[in-house]
Write a protein that binds this ligand. Sequence first.
Ligand SMILES: NC(=O)c1ccc[n+]([C@@H]2O[C@H](COP(=O)([O-])OP(=O)(O)OC[C@H]3O[C@@H](n4cnc5c(N)ncnc54)[C@H](OP(=O)(O)O)[C@@H]3O)[C@@H](O)[C@H]2O)c1
Length: 259
Amino acid sequence: MSKRLAVVTGTSRGIGRAIAEGLSSRGLRVLTTSRDADLGAKTARELGLPFFPLDVASPASVEALAEHLAQTEGGLDVLVNNAGVALDGFDAGVARRTLDVNFVGAMRTTDRLLPLLGDGARVVMVSSGMGSLDGVSAALRERFTATSLTRDELTALADRFVAEVAARTHERTGFPSNAYCVSKIAMNAYTRILARELASDPRRILVNAACPGWVRTDMGGASAPRSPREGARTPVWLATLPDGGPSGGFFRDERAIDW
Ligand SMILES: NC(=O)c1ccc[n+]([C@@H]2O[C@H](COP(=O)([O-])OP(=O)(O)OC[C@H]3O[C@@H](n4cnc5c(N)ncnc54)[C@H](OP(=O)(O)O)[C@@H]3O)[C@@H](O)[C@H]2O)c1
């Protein structure tokens, strides 16, 4: 039987690179991907792994990856949505671009690759403790955690945040002045939606979100206490969970944490 195939997004550097390395050392075949094709390909060469360019904010780019996987592999066993941005400043443009990568990008990639996921597949969202629901009002918390929440309603909620940032009314309605936090809250809500759907899927797919902790990367900065390898630990663990493991949870240091 051929080895399980993992696709990791945003592997050119940081935690994504360490996740690719970690999964490869656990015996999976890993397809590395990232938006910056030059750096992504260079990292892939250093790791001795294949590379495919992928900008999760581009529907055409996600489609190209899906077609490549369908034609060359027929499917995949692990998807780790690690690609993410933390942009400087705060306005409607920053909010839109942040959500497009961190939330919509992860949802778009996962939904497009979902039909290609095989039996016992694992989906991991690299989220953040900054996506804690403590960051929004009680009314929004209720909306984000409603078990009836659909993708369309979640997308509308994210769009509403951007519109309210533009109108400068977002704080009045309970959103924080932080696009990164809202993008990870939305990513977490999507994780729960997907886990609910997959609970009745015969493929026994597990989907979970991970907080890597504060990690020394371009995003986390030089003072962060954790190495990328330490940050990759929980995502790698979730990507290699045995059958019967948890689904629809949020984990840090391999332990469940509150949304
Ligand atoms: N560092 C921390 O302390 C920390 C804490 C909590 C959560 N996280 C999360 O961990 C994940 C990785 O963060 P990191 O610290 O490793 O950040 P990083 O060093 O800035 O790396 C981010 C990676 O995401 C890729 N990326 C960005 N936009 C993309 C897009 N549109 N399409 C595809 N790839 C894209 C980048 O590739 P390009 O070079 O091609 O742009 C890069 O490979 C993120 O989701 C982040 O939110 C990090």
